[in-house]
Design a protein around this ligand. Structure first.
Ligand code: NAD
Length: 463
């Protein structure tokens, strides 16, 4: 079997790498319209950082895994084509709704329709609104050449960045949605056969297409909802003297609830949670279900509130002004073990501090300095990019970032931050020295003994 995947990003790359590793009898070609991205996939410095990915790619590259910009040949030769392109959020005409922008999915479908000369199974890997498969089928059938048959499957990806390889190798479940016709069942079986190379059959769940599409949005909405729920309680904890870590532990030990995704923090980020919930909200509004839309909107609103609340707490603690103060930001990625900054909470924190006149010293072990500057000078973040550039310094080690700063803010839970030499850091900072732990990863008691003023999420501050 020959497989092609359109879109060599955070999903397409790791997914195809693991598939190639586990399916030596399948030839996989990963294509992208970005020649720069493909060149990186073919080089020693892959375009994304993901633990374990380098090893898998090195093992399979040019054996049964190929990275190419020759989209035409890859589509022509493939029996099965994954569409794994980005599905960003767009603001709709009336400026109110924010829907999934399917222009890249549409363009991939049009390419397939134009190029295909034989039967194809087309698989939605991208996260899409419910019934997007209908639009893809519409495009394919409207341009269908005689004698060519298309099947459309939904096969959403549940991997999380930072643990993608492990998630792909040991997936809780693989979900495949297809048409309830004999051809549809056959197509589902063919895709299922690929996954059965390494996923136990009982973990491969098949549903109708719409259930599969909605399940992906629902899964992300549930995960984000848990974070917003515990974050909402973190505000109650700070006001009352309860400790959110203790509350989360007590709540999570209930086997009906479980302990995962109950870690209070500065707020969730990443390219998916907010986008997919907005997508769900838009669908609900269009289905005339305003109460359901309002329910899920609260998850996003709570996340925004948490990011603002944390940023405000920093300002208030620093005698209500950060103007002309230097503040160290440790961590800029939206979570540890990735270099991805899409929707990272660090942007809101930095933006708020910069607007109040602070100078920032930023360190992240995996995010490229240009990426940080791009994010902080984006028109949606500032109207004064030159001013921001002057106020921001990017560092290649954490000790240089914290030197002569008034405060240190943890925005990402990188393991290396836990083991920093905080006595050395304390000596090099201005006094009083403040730490704001937005990820609750540090040993606060020890830091207080050293002399720091420590503030975190979900615990009342005691001077
Ligand atoms: P990405 O932006 O990293 O990668 C998408 C790639 O598609 C880009 O390299 C882009 O150049 C390419 N592309 C777009 N249109 C193309 C076209 N017509 N032809 C060829 N290449 C094209 O995006 P991603 O993070 O990999 O996400 C892809 C999809 O998977 C999205 O729908 C996303 O919601 C979903 N998803 C993402 C994650 C995640 O953690 N990032 C997890 C699960 C699902």
């Amino acid at each position: 079997m020959k497989v092609c995947c359109i879109g060599a990003g955070y999903v397409g790359g790791p997914t195809c790498a693991v598939m190639a590793l586990k399916c030596p009898d399948i030839v996989i070609t990963l294509v992208d319209k970005s020649s720069e991205r493909i060149a990186q996939w073919n080089s020693d410095k892959l375009p994304i950082y993901e633990p374990g990915l380098d090893e898998v790619v090195k093992k399979c590259r040019n054996v049964n895994l190929f990275f190419s910009t020759d989209i035409e040949t890859a589509i022509k030769e493939a029996d099965l084509i994954f569409i794994s392109v980005n599905t960003p959020t767009k603001t709709c005409g009336n400026g109110k709704g924010r829907a999934a922008d399917l222009k890249y999915v549409e363009s991939a479908a049009r390419m397939i329709a134009e190029i295909a000369q034989s039967n194809k199974i087309v698989v939605e890997k991208s996260t899409v609104p419910v019934r997007a498969a209908e639009s893809i089928m519409h495009i394919l059938r409207a341009n269908q050449k005689p004698g060519i048959h298309y099947d459309i499957l939904s096969n959403p990806e549940f991997l999380a960045e930072g643990t993608a390889i492990n998630d792909l190798l040991n997936a809780d479940r693989v979900l495949i949605g297809g048409e309830e016709t004999p051809e549809g069942h056959q197509a589902v079986e063919k895709l299922s056969w690929i996954y059965e190379h390494w996923i136990p059959k009982q973990n491969i769940l098949t549903t109708n297409t719409w259930s599969s599409e909605l399940s992906k949005l629902a899964a992300n909405a549930f995960l984000a909802q848990r974070i917003s729920s515990i974050n909402s309680l973190s505000a109650v904890c700070e006001a009352t003297g309860a400790d959110v870590s203790e509350v989360a532990r007590a709540v999570g030990l209930d086997s009906r609830i479980g302990s995962k995704f109950l870690q209070a923090s500065v707020g969730f980020g990443g390219s998916c949670f907010q986008k997919d919930i907005l997508n769900l909200i838009y669908i609900c509004e269009n289905l005339n279900l305003p109460e359901v839309a309002a329910y899920w909107q609260q998850v996003i609103d709570m996340n925004e509130y948490q990011k603002r609340r944390f940023s405000q707490k920093i300002i208030e603690s620093l005698f209500n002004t950060v103007s002309d103060k230097r503040i160290a930001i440790l961590g800029f990625a939206f979570k540890k073990n990735t270099g991805d900054t899409r929707e990272t909470a660090a942007i809101t924190v930095c933006q708020t501090l910069l607007e109040e006149g602070a100078a920032l010293d930023i360190y992240d072990p995996k995010v490229e300095p240009e990426q940080i500057i791009d994010d902080l000078t984006h028109p949606s973040v500032t109207e004064s990019p030159e001013k921001v550039k002057k106020a921001v310094q990017i560092h290649s080690d954490p000790y240089s970032a914290v030197r002569a700063t008034h405060a240190l803010v943890i925005c990402t839970e990188w393991d290396e931050f836990v083991d920093l030499d905080f006595e050395r850091i304390y000596k090099s900072m201005m006094k009083p020295a403040y730490i704001f732990d937005g990820r609750k990863i540090l040993d606060h008691e020890r830091l207080q003994q050293i002399g720091f003023h420590v503030q975190t999420i979900g615990k009342k501050y005691q001077r």
